[in-house]
Design a protein around this ligand. Structure first.
Ligand code: SAH
Ligand code: SF4
Ligand code: F3S
Length: 469
């Protein structure tokens, strides 16, 4: 038996009860009761919402995009920056009237932000119209919590911190038909000094490799073509178990599965990214030539304060190795500007690293104080200075990305077609193996199929061309 495992079936009693409840509503109304869900935050949260949607569908509810029609409303929240939290508080406020008009509606908030004590206490005291609150550790008790919220007339809070468990066999309602997220591990042990994630997601827990392989195999059978393996730091996969598995081995094993598909993954922490990982990307044809490797800062002094445990030199040599092994490498990254005590000189080191490396894409964040983390206690940088640095970095990156994307002009790229860019259906869009957006005049290619596109134009956020056979 795998350790710390909970199966969805352990909730059977409540699953049945919710099903009966939903069925009675359906008989009364001649249609299934409806649910509305919305996700803030990262792919981990997207993936959790797909599980919540899967459970709701399994228990007899139907998805709606109209919040006002729903019987169950659930927002999956993110705590990574203050701005993300402010948006959630705005949403909470916007639900007061709806709950007043239809008191039987379940108004639920879940995910990372709810796992913060301060937030769940504020909801408990000030926002009485919210009647279901659960944290990241409670997803396995969703049927039970939902049943109580639907029937007890009491507010349900399930935000206890507990040693992390892994819940398996939850039905998943995927958001796409040919792109899928597959979590390989949960939680984070790194405690970067600015980051709230380890506090709200708990310690690292890796899934059983065979379960991951089975899930990917089943997805491929269902026609999925683009699989993203998810974890806060996939490179520590199975470090929490005594098995001899590691992430590179998992990639090789998935690469062996038959079929024409793409495997990508995020996120890699530079301190744990190995040459073995890079060799694996280079050698496995289905593993995409795309590496998302957040560097956060170009200054060693700041990296040390961030508790990142690598230097600028180590980061650069890793990238050099990757570039030498993977000729068409598409490198993307995350960076924070205005980390506490960051000087102009530190910032210029970030600018020069961005200039030297030439990332295809960069997620640039302004440092946001997260109470309870070590960086919150450090000397803060002036807001205006932060914004000025942010603007300068974005301008440089726009230039670098355009430069990178221009390399494709005159070349043919293989695109996994996703859909149309606008209502008029004049243009289609898709992605390269390196995850670069490609737009081209509609040519009748079906979403989920591959098409070759000859590139004739490049901007910083996408490349453009004509479909060819
Ligand atoms: N596990 C991933 C990152 C998850 S959070 C990794 O280590 O790469 C996504 C990004 O949000 C981080 O890479 C970081 O750039 C940014 N971030 C995290 N905490 C932040 C904060 N307090 N302020 C601003 N940006 C932050
Ligand atoms: Fe946050 Fe660092 Fe963990 Fe990423 S590795 S989730 S930045 S603590
Ligand atoms: Fe946000 Fe939680 Fe992801 S804090 S970034 S949704 S792990």
């Amino acid at each position: 038996m795998e350790k710390d495992l909970i199966l969805y079936a352990s909730q059977n009693e409540y699953i049945d009860k919710v099903r009966r409840f939903a069925y009675e509503l359906e008989l009364k109304r001649n249609h299934k009761p409806l649910y509305f869900t919305h996700t803030f935050g990262c792919q981990q949260n997207e993936s959790d919402t797909e599980k919540i949607n899967g459970m709701l569908s399994d228990m007899g509810f139907e998805k709606t995009d109209v919040r006002e029609d729903a019987d169950v409303i659930i927002y999956n929240t993110c705590a990574v920056r203050e701005h993300a939290e402010q948006r959630v508080f705005g949403t909470i406020g916007s639900l007061v009237g709806l709950k007043r008009e239809r008191p039987s509606v379940v108004v639920g908030f879940c995910g990372c932000m709810m796992q913060r004590n301060e937030v769940s206490e504020e909801l408990r005291k000030k926002y009485k119209h919210v009647n279901l609150v659960f944290g990241t550790h409670a997803i396995g008790r969703f049927p039970e919590n939902l049943y109580k919220a639907l029937t007890s007339g009491e507010r349900v809070f399930d935000v206890i911190e507990q040693k992390g468990k892994i819940v398996e066999d939850i039905p998943v309602k995927r958001g796409h038909d040919f792109k899928a997220w597959v979590s390989v591990m949960y939680g984070c042990n790194n405690f970067c000094s600015y980051c709230i994630v380890p506090y709200v997601r708990g310690r690292e827990r890796s899934r059983d490799p065979q379960r991951i392989i089975d899930e990917v195999t089943a997805l491929l059978k269902d026609g999925y073509k683009d699989i993203t393996l998810l974890g806060q730091n996939v490179n520590s996969f199975c470090n929490d178990s005594d098995s001899d598995w590691n992430f590179a081995k998992l990639l090789r094993r998935i690469n062996e599965i038959e079929g024409d598909f793409r495997i990508r993954f995020m996120t890699s922490h530079p301190k744990d990214a190995t040459k073995e990982l890079i060799d694996t990307i280079a050698e496995c044809d289905k593993v995409c030539n795309h590496l998302h490797l957040p560097f956060q800062s170009g200054s060693d002094r700041v990296l040390d304060l961030m508790n990142r445990r690598y230097t600028r030199e180590k980061y650069k040599s890793l990238v050099d190795y990757a570039k030498s092994k993977i000729p068409d490498l598409v490198l993307t990254s995350d960076v924070i500007v205005g980390f506490p005590t960051e000087t102009e000189e530190d910032f210029l080191e970030t600018m020069s690293l961005v200039d030297e490396i030439g990332f295809q894409g960069l997620y640039t964040f302004i440092y946001s104080v997260r109470k309870g983390t070590p960086a919150a206690e450090m000397e803060q940088v002036d807001e205006k200075v932060k914004h000025d640095r942010f603007d300068r970095l974005c301008a440089l990156q726009t230039e670098k990305a355009t430069q990178f994307n221009s390399k494709f002009i005159g070349k043919t790229v293989k695109v996994l077609v996703e859909g149309f860019t606008g209502e008029d259906k004049a243009n289609q869009t898709g992605r390269t193996e390196g995850n670069i957006i490609v737009n081209f005049p509609a040519c009748g290619a079906e979403p989920g199929t591959y098409k070759n596109v000859l590139i004739d134009k490049a901007l910083n956020w996408a490349i453009f061309g004509q479909a060819i056979d």
